[in-house]
Ligand binder design. Structure first.
Ligand code: F7E
Length: 328
């Protein structure tokens, strides 16, 4: 039987790497797109998928260029597409509003449009985000909770969500939005708060540094494990009908709790090391996120497997090991 072809944008990111492992296991022919600069410096940019490179095909393309995406779609003619690529760091979106909004909104529009032109039957997943809820009107947040984004990033994701839904409604495409709440792992980028904390705890334990500067410790997030969330993405595209789903754990914890636990696992007293630094506060904060994933549970049969404590432990253990391995 011919293998199904799948196209993953952002294949080199945290979610792209876990999703690719899952898709390869399921027997797909996996194609990814990355920026040309990533191909020129794979050690630096492709570390998360280094172990997968021999099994996938990578094309250079950019979210800023419609022709580059169109050409890749035309070459692959995928049956499924997971659009994960974006400027995804909320803090940075305040510093560079224009490029975040241009890249994220146009990039999504280009992917959808290219698929519609070349392979309208292709099933497509868009990585929407709990950041769309922003100053949320209710807790927990579900698929009906109104959006009130609080950052250029959140605004760009609302537009991407609307574009995806509209390609479904206007052109009959099998297009789904995954409203994923924060999802973390040992492959998380170092700029996000969980990885910043787990890595600092490991460095302090190993005597490499003494202090960790953080912003708002009271912000609360619904943190899950990225490996669980990519399963939900895949499940969405295997349904009879396209739809939108909240993917979350249903629990919320503050940054302070994450710090306490992470430092505890490293055998450290966080109060001796953490410095609250206004430089890391955001112009507009999202104070409280907690997702209601009952629709995904009922319709997809999905539920998170890794809980908060295990996630924190996994990240700290992995960073300690990483530092130890480097010393060998
Ligand atoms: O911040 C607070 C910060 O940058 C979490 C992205 O994947 O999830 C992520 O967005 C919280 C915020 O993630 C620091 O103010 C305190 O309240 O880890 P983060 P995020 O902004 O929630 C959503 C679902 C996405 O879609 C995004 O792409 O932590 N915080 N001190 C800090 N945050 C950072 N980064 N650094 C600090 O020092």
């Amino acid at each position: 039987m011919k293998k199904r072809k799948v196209f993953v944008t952002g294949i080199d990111g945290q979610d792209g790497s876990y999703l690719t492992e899952l898709l390869l296991k399921k027997g797909y022919d996996v194609y990814g797109m990355v920026r040309r600069v990533a191909l020129e410096d794979p050690e630096h940019h492709l570390w998360r998928i280094k172990h997968l490179l021999k099994d996938v095909t990578i094309y250079p393309a950019s979210l800023e260029s419609y022709p580059s995406i169109f050409n890749v779609v035309e070459k692959i003619k995928p049956q499924e597409c997971y659009h994960l690529a974006a400027q995804s760091f909320v803090s940075y979106s305040f510093e560079d509003e224009f490029s975040t909004i241009n890249t994220n909104i146009n990039g999504t529009h280009y992917v959808l449009s290219a698929l519609k032109e070349k392979v309208p039957q292709c099933r497509v997943y868009f990585a929407a985000s709990s950041e769309m809820f922003g100053n949320a009107k209710e807790t927990p947040q579900n698929e009906f909770t109104p959006f009130h984004p609080r950052s250029p990033y959140g605004i760009s994701k609302v537009a991407g969500f609307d574009l995806t839904r509209n390609y479904r409604e206007a052109y009959g495409m099998f297009a789904c939005n995954g409203i994923c709440f924060n999802h973390e792992s040992p492959r998380r980028g170092f700029e996000f708060v969980t990885r910043k904390i787990s890595y600092a705890a490991a460095e302090i334990k190993m005597g490499l540094t003494k202090k960790l500067h953080l912003g708002n410790l009271e912000a609360k997030r619904d943190w899950g494990f990225a490996g669980d969330y990519v399963e939900a993405m895949w499940m969405m595209l295997q349904q009879d009908k396209p739809d939108d789903y909240v993917i979350a754990t249903g629990e919320t914890h503050s940054v302070r709790e994450f710090v306490e636990l992470a430092f505890g696992f490293a055998g450290l007293d966080w109060k001796k090391h953490v410095v609250v630094d206004k430089a890391f506060y955001r112009p507009a904060e999202v104070h409280l996120l907690m997702g209601d994933y009952s629709k995904a549970r009922k319709k997809l049969g999905w539920k998170p497997k890794v809980g908060f404590r295990d996630l924190v432990r996994m990240m700290v253990d992995s960073d300690i090991k990483r530092i130890k391995d480097r010393r060998k």
